[in-house]
Write a protein that binds this ligand. Sequence first.
Ligand SMILES: CCCCCCCCCCCCCCCC(=O)SCCNC(=O)CCNC(=O)[C@H](O)C(C)(C)COP(=O)(O)OP(=O)(O)OC[C@H]1O[C@@H](n2cnc3c(N)ncnc32)[C@H](O)[C@@H]1OP(=O)(O)O
Length: 132
Amino acid sequence: MRFHTRKWVKPEDLNPNGTLFGGKLLAWIDEELALYSIIQLENSRIVTKHMSEINFRSSAKQGDIIEIGIDVVKFGNTSIVLKCEVRNIMTWDTIITIDTITMVSLDDEGKPKSHGKTTIEFIRDRRNNFSS
Ligand SMILES: CCCCCCCCCCCCCCCC(=O)SCCNC(=O)CCNC(=O)[C@H](O)C(C)(C)COP(=O)(O)OP(=O)(O)OC[C@H]1O[C@@H](n2cnc3c(N)ncnc32)[C@H](O)[C@@H]1OP(=O)(O)O
């Protein structure tokens, strides 16, 4: 699993219990998954289709730093299936795991579009191929 993004838990991210608000965390995750899918599938029109069970295992408090990890489960025809783990860098506790999230690539009319990808691609390789 590659951990791409870190977030700092600020006062506006807290629930009345004084810990990280779950909805805020899910918004961060959804954006991260969308960005990852946009880059992998080379299409800016991506939507979240399905998320499997979301398991909040622990939380974070103000001032904690968390990081969001993503891995590819599989490349479909129009979809990419990802998994996600968020962990608290201060404690190394896992905060949340999501086993499968299906993101779908769309065409200009909002219909599923075949993306033609089968493996993870790295930006540095694309850049090298572009310049050679
Ligand atoms: C120009 C620069 C721009 C820069 C840009 C920056 C952006 C900066 C990021 C901001 C962040 C954005 C964040 C966006 C993320 C949201 O928030 S998106 C909003 C929430 N999601 C939606 O509104 C989606 C609503 N649903 C739909 O529109 C339709 O269901 C869809 C997605 C078009 C799919 O339609 P459908 O009829 O189900 O299509 P279908 O062909 O049956 O299935 C398509 C694929 O989904 C799979 N699938 C279908 N149902 C399921 C299911 N229940 N479970 C699992 N998989 C399923 C199928 O297996 C298929 O996969 P493949 O086998 O082709 O690989």
